[in-house]
Design a binder for this molecule. Structure first.
Ligand code: GDP
Ligand code: MG
Length: 295
């Protein structure tokens, strides 16, 4: 790949204007350990956020909540990107309240924002460190959502934008994956878990509309991550997973929804995720914290 992530290709002029001075985006990954969270983060941003000394496929296990920040610039747009990697749950025998450290983290970031907002100094530039998106990793069981995944997302959905991900999609056939997606969406509906809604951006061309429709239809995104790179004949470097029977390319729409995920997350809806965080999750938090008794 050419090292171009695409966050400056935001579809709409309005967005372009509002990001002229640069902006901040924070993405968090959550889910059971070993599902490929750290690997996917590396793949998404075309950079080895987590490097391995011997360049093999193993990444050290994530033992605590870890934030890594990088400054990116494309087409004159500056992005301060923060990736929050979290330890997976499931290793403990008792998973009661295993979401609490994540909730505490999200709320601490809200508190920091409240503090900054309360400064009277008008020149002060507020640094937005709030968590704008949470990729929730679902194990590729092929059945339906497990009780722990349902409970976890129930705890989170009104605090952060959730985007559900089916991990390690290469372990399922296309048909298995289709049925699995349908059952996941039904489970989410039945449990009244609201995931982030990728709305179509108005005023764009037909190509965009078609692409958006297809991206939206692939939710929950079934992804494949890898730290193995090979060079194709033309010299282009791609991430792959190798098997005795062949290869799965991470960035191939026939092999996974990775491209769809990256498009909506980074190219078309980064700003919507920030906007929704601000007007919905942050406002809710402030309101609840204000001690108002609503039901
Ligand atoms: P994490 O604990 O969720 O952060 O998972 P890691 O990113 O550390 O990955 C755990 C293991 O799964 C590693 O050996 C990865 O190479 C492997 N892995 C990551 N992504 C995929 C994938 O999409 N498919 C398959 N089959 N394995 C993967
Ligand atoms: Mg990890």
């Amino acid at each position: 790949s050419d090292g171009h992530v695409g966050f400056a290709d935001l579809p709409n002029q309005l967005y372009r204007r509002s990001v002229r001075n640069g902006f901040e985006f924070t993405l968090m990954v959550v889910g059971e350990s070993g599902l490929g969270k750290s690997t996917l983060i590396n793949s998404l941003f075309l950079s080895d956020v987590y490097t391995t000394a011997n360049y093999d496929d193993r990444i050290k296990q994530t033992l605590q909540i870890e934030a890594s920040t990088m400054d990116l610039e494309e087409n004159g747009v500056r992005l301060k990107l923060t990736l929050i990697d979290t330890p997976g749950f499931g290793d403990a025998i008792d998973n009661t309240n295993c979401w609490q450290p994540i909730i505490d983290f999200i709320q601490k970031r809200f508190d920091e924002y409240i503090q900054q907002e309360s400064r009277i100094d008008r020149e002060y530039h507020i640094v937005d460190t709030r968590v704008h998106c949470c990729l929730y990793f679902i194990p590729p069981t092929g059945h339906s959502l497990r009780p722990i995944d349902i409970e976890y997302m129930k705890q989170l959905y009104d605090k952060v934008n959730i985007v559900p991900i089916i991990a390690k999609a290469d372990t399922m056939t296309e048909d298995e994956c289709k049925g699995f997606k349908r059952r996941i969406l039904k489970d989410l509906r039945d449990n009244k878990i609201r995931i982030f809604e990728f709305q179509e951006v108005a005023g764009e061309d037909e190509d965009y509309a078609a692409q958006h429709k297809s991206s939206k239809e692939s939710i929950p995104f079934a992804v494949v991550g890898s730290n193995t790179k090979i060079q194709l004949n033309g010299g282009k470097e791609v991430r792959v997973r190798k098997y005795p029977w062949g290869m799965v390319e991470v960035e191939n729409n026939d092999h996974s929804d990775f491209i769809h995920l990256r498009n909506v997350l980074i190219r078309t809806h980064m700003f919507d995720l920030i906007y929704n965080t601000n007007i919905l999750h942050y406002e809710n938090y402030r309101y609840r914290k204000g001690g108002s008794s609503v039901s």
